[in-house]
Ligand binder design. Structure first.
Ligand SMILES: [Zn+2]
Ligand SMILES: [Zn+2]
Length: 390
């Protein structure tokens, strides 16, 4: 028997923590904070995760977004925590800049290897690499007492690796009893374009403007790659030293496997680059701050400023006043695509896996819409804390 409890995240995007218990052992999947400004259920203690409860337990993290890892500082001392190896390094680099107080917790994270099952008592967890707007993201295949559950975490099928993703599941996630599936885009606008289309659009903007600033997440590596490869030959690709460090983590570990991640021609900004930037043109990754504001002032009217982040950061309840203020004088070109699967792709994944006992939706504000997309499949709508027995 397997017992599944989504402690938080059945009806909200983020703040997620899921427990799978089997044979007296427990694994926890993600331990996130609520998204800033989105409200969401309050954080509660989770026995076995925030304090020992006598069970043999461990925490597995799908990726480094705060809505999946943000409560790492509350994990009980000594509880093993696992994450992808490159994701761990990127997360540590990010934390050293923005959240130093949990660097110690993150430093204790153990790296896992894709496709290599990890055991916690009678439960095994196999990480399956999957595409998302965080680099080195995973789904987890959780097995115990003859039951198999696929936990999707956040994913999409329209990224650069899109066509290769469903065959991974068809190969490694067969005979699955249950899928626990993210449903972010069932309540949001449909996604517009593939990451490859976005790269082509970025190239058009760059050909029309010699000086291009881009605002995007420092850890959305595939998006940065899209702009890096869209930058015309001879132009500089410039960012700050923090961003350069993140790209170097990826380059050093992945360039040999894929040239897409060979960020060899990235310049860390220094004022002595100014004349070369003026002469050759550039694509520069922006971050809020006085130094970047001065550069925006210098090029205003001659540049293009691309907003490649989710539109909700500039309007609506998740709006960041500081970001809106930073960009107040700019004419923004919006060029973004979702890190989450479209409704059609959510259904395609569930159909490809065809779980015997159906699907539990989570990580969305309209999970009930999944039933309309999957006629003939069982869709189980849970509440936070409700136990589902498999
Ligand atoms: Zn998420
Ligand atoms: Zn995410």
């Amino acid at each position: 028997m397997m017992q599944i409890t989504i402690h938080r995240g059945t009806r909200q995007i983020g703040g997620c923590v899921t427990e799978i218990a089997s044979g007296g052992d427990k694994v926890f999947l993600d331990f996130g904070a609520n998204l800033p400004g989105c409200g969401g259920a309050p954080a509660k203690p989770v026995p076995g995760l925030t304090a020992p409860d006598g069970t043999n337990s461990a925490l597995f993290l799908t990726h480094y977004h705060g809505d999946h890892v943000g409560r790492l500082g509350e994990v009980a001392p000594g509880l093993p925590v696992y994450m992808g190896a490159t994701a761990r390094e990127i997360y540590l680099c990010y934390l050293r800049r923005v959240q130093k107080e949990i660097v110690g917790h993150a430093g204790a994270i153990l790296p896992f290897t894709p496709l290599r099952p990890l055991r916690r008592g009678g439960i095994s967890v196999t990480p399956l690499a999957f595409d998302h707007s965080a680099f080195d993201s995973y789904m987890f295949l959780v097995e115990g007492e003859g039951k198999r559950v696929l936990y999707t975490g956040d994913f999409r099928l329209h990224g650069f690796r899109g066509s290769k993703t469903l065959p991974v599941l068809e190969r490694y996630a067969q005979n699955v009893d249950l899928v626990i599936c993210e449903t972010t885009n069932l309540a949001r606008d449909a996604i517009g374009m593939t990451e490859r289309d976005l790269q082509n659009e970025a190239n058009k903007i760059m050909r029309a403007h010699p000086y291009v600033f881009v605002l995007c997440s420092s850890t959305n590596i595939d998006r940065i790659g899209a702009f890096y490869h869209a930058n015309p030959c001879g132009r500089l690709f410039v960012c700050d030293e923090y961003q350069k460090d993140i790209l170097e983590i990826v380059r050093s570990r992945h360039a040999a496997k894929s040239r897409f991640y060979d960020f060899a021609q990235v310049f860390g900004y220094r004022p002595n680059l100014d004349s070369l930037m003026e002469e050759r043109g550039f694509c520069m990754l922006l971050r809020q701050g006085a130094g970047f504001a001065r550069l925006l002032d210098r090029y205003r009217g001659r540049d293009a400023v691309v907003n490649s982040m989710w539109s909700g950061y500039l309007k609506g309840e998740s709006r960041s006043a500081a970001l809106a203020n930073f960009l107040a004088k700019e004419q923004l070109i919006f060029l973004h695509t979702s890190g989450h699967a479209s409704a059609v792709d959510l259904a395609a994944l569930c159909r490809a896996v065809h779980p015997r006992r159906g699907v539990i939706p989570m990580h969305g504000e309209a999970p009930e819409r999944l039933a309309d997309l999957l006629p003939g499949e069982q869709v189980h709508l849970l509440s936070d804390g409700e136990v589902f027995t498999l």
